[in-house]
Design a protein around this ligand. Structure first.
Ligand code: KG4
Ligand code: ZN
Length: 356
């Protein structure tokens, strides 16, 4: 398989690039573009975050997001090319997030990519956003020594605002889906509980900050083990936090927000960690990969890094939340596997990684 060529030629052979791919990401609330070489080296990565824009509403308004993507997309692509010191003609392909995501946001990136493809004749590659999150674990900065790439088979946990997925990655681009959330995604639970505690938006970083001062054992919030399956459920936990808040308010007590945040975070982290370790044991993998916005969480990172049985790969913070380097990275591996999409390619807002 062509990825074998890629693996064996890296990281020593970087003077002779096999592929430079421009990635474009606009599935949610970041407009991003990046250039990645050989699926591993970030030549540039530009992200325009809409966080401040959406913070005033306490969440993402799809129409506001897509309008902002339209304003940001051209300057961001331009910035990514300039920072990589490359022209379109120096590239080998254009990868863009096809889904899952907000339909009106996805089409902005896809139309930009199609326009560039029409103008340049370069191949178009539609990428699954969650596959992008996985490939963020292969990336490193230009000029820095690349880390050891993850080894197959590996157990992958994707935890983002919209997804909680446990996946057995058998080889490059080869997945077996083991389970996912039955209700709220892990990031969504962070966002909803943060709103409940009036900690601000986005909820993940706000809960993490509040939890740093709190006692994680003060409230014994429920963990949904779901008969030891590889599925997840966070709605019961969210309701338990709500009930506790209501009780405390009824007693006219001031809310111990730090303890509530810390106890909630501990419950989420314990379930994510234990189910991932259980799956890695059952499928006998030596490597674990954790990716997606919630993998930026310090308590979760610490928990995985504290165990010694598995090699753990968690991307650096800037690559945990949405970015385009991960799309370009996955795009490189798809390019080597021969994927080419045509201009009929449309957005796939509900594209499951289980369908890859
Ligand atoms: O991957 P991502 O940037 O976007 C999606 O694809 O959804 O993930 C965003 C999610 C949000 O729910 C945000 O609250 C959460 O990741 N998040 C965190 C942290 N940083 C971001 N959750 C917990 N702790 C964090 N430090
Ligand atoms: Zn994401």
């Amino acid at each position: 398989m062509s990825e074998r060529v890629l693996e064996s030629s890296l990281p020593e052979d970087l003077n002779n690039p096999l592929a430079r791919i421009l990635g474009i990401e606009s599935s949610c609330d970041e407009t991003a573009a990046a250039v990645v070489e050989n699926g591993r080296v970030i030549l540039s990565s530009a992200v325009a975050s809409q966080v401040d824009l959406h913070a005033q509403f306490g969440g993402i308004f799809p129409e506001v997001a897509s309008r902002q993507h339209i304003l940001s997309i051209y300057p961001i692509v331009d910035q990514a090319l300039k920072e990589a010191h490359l022209k379109l003609t120096d590239l080998d392909g254009i990868a863009v997030t096809r889904g899952p995501g907000l339909p009106g946001s996805l089409v902005v990136g896809i139309n930009m990519a199609k326009g560039l493809v029409i103008g340049s004749g370069l191949p178009l590659l539609g990428i699954n956003h969650l596959e992008g999150h996985l490939y963020s674990a292969w990336l490193g900065e230009e000029g820095q020594k690349l880390g050891e790439p993850p080894r197959f088979p590996l157990l992958a946990l994707i935890v983002s605002g919209g997804h909680t997925e446990l996946i057995l990655m058998k080889d490059h681009l080869t997945y077996e889906w083991l389970g996912g959330t039955l209700d709220d995604a892990a990031g969504e639970a962070f966002d909803k509980v943060a709103r409940l505690l009036e900690l601000g938006y986005p909820g993940g970083p706000a809960i993490q900050e509040a939890a740093a001062e709190g006692n994680p054992t003060r409230f014994d919030f429920p963990r949904a083990w779901l008969d030891d399956s590889y599925n997840f459920s966070f709605s019961g936990l969210k309701t338990a936090v709500l009930r506790t808040v209501q009780q405390l308010e009824k007693q006219k007590s001031s809310l111990p927000k730090a303890d509530l945040a810390a106890s909630f975070q501990a419950a989420v982290v314990e379930v994510l960690f234990k189910k991932t370790i259980q799956a890695a044991g059952e499928y006998q993998t030596s490597d674990i990969l954790v990716a997606g916005g919630v993998s930026a969480n310090q308590a979760l990172r610490k928990k995985f890094k504290a165990q010694r049985k598995y090699r753990v790969h968690i991307p650096p913070l800037a690559l945990c939340t949405d970015n385009a380097a991960m799309i370009a990275g996955a795009g490189c591996f798809r390019y080597f596997a021969g994927q080419r999409d045509d201009l009929e390619m449309d957005a796939a807002p509900s594209w499951s990684i289980a369908d890859l």
